[in-house]
Design a protein around this ligand. Structure first.
Ligand SMILES: O=P(O)(O)OC[C@H]1O[C@H](OP(=O)(O)OP(=O)(O)O)[C@H](O)[C@@H]1O
Ligand code: HPA
Ligand SMILES: [Mg+2]
Length: 179
């Protein structure tokens, strides 16, 4: 385990198994449709790449970058679009892929935005959900794991840009972000 972690919350095996289950459910629900799979950069990249490979049927890739955390462990409450999707979402079946829903602020801005742009459907897949911290309710269609209120890193998730390449998810030690 990385020295900055308090514990490993989800192992590589646990993540792999759950991602496969989500891929099967998505394959079934979208039978006969093309999915416009929208990755919310950067945290969702790892989950996105693994999830996409468990989905059978046509999938288009697209990417969007929003930020509310920056170099902090708490949300600023302000969401900025840094890079927008390349695709026109009109009449498309959009699947937003996130690594984590924490306060819900990021998604509460994105879901209505994509609907306003004329998407036929907008669904949300997230690897992690932290319900204890929710400020805004967001409808999650595919949820990997509900996790306790702890700041987690790894498998794409960062603290100040670090730890994204850890293959598992762990709880960051408080003294790492409190100093
Ligand atoms: O539910 P919320 O409280 O809005 O938090 C969730 C969002 O915050 C994180 O992104 P971050 O801004 O850290 O960008 P990153 O993915 O590039 O690390 C995470 O990847 C989600 O997009
Ligand atoms: O627990 C978290 N870890 C990393 N990034 C995050 N963004 C929201 N919550 C988290
Ligand atoms: Mg982040």
């Amino acid at each position: 385990m990385h020295k900055d972690l308090k514990e490993v919350l989800l192992t590589e095996e646990q993540i792999r198994g759950r991602v496969c289950e989500l891929g099967k459910a998505i394959t079934k629900d979208y039978a006969g449709k093309t999915i416009l799979m929208c990755c919310i950069l950067k945290g969702a990249v790892t989950f996105y790449a693994d999830l996409a490979r468990t989905i059978r049927g046509p999938v288009l890739f697209d990417f969007m970058s929003c930020s509310s955390y920056g170099a902090s462990s708490t949300s600023s409450g302000q969401v900025h679009i840094r890079k927008d999707l390349d695709n026109d979402v009109r009449n498309k079946d959009v699947l937003i892929v996130e690594d984590i829903i924490d306060t819900g602020v990021t998604l509460s801005m994105l879901l209505p935005l994509l609907k306003e742009r004329g998407a036929r459907s907008v669904k949300l897949a997230t690897l992690l959900s932290k319900p204890a911290r929710r400020q805004v309710e967001v409808p999650v269609d595919y949820n990997g794991f509900e996790i306790p209120d702890a700041f987690v890193v790894g498998y794409g998730l960062d603290y100040a840009g670090q730890y994204r390449n850890l293959p598992y998810i762990g709880v960051l030690r408080e003294d790492v972000y409190e100093k």
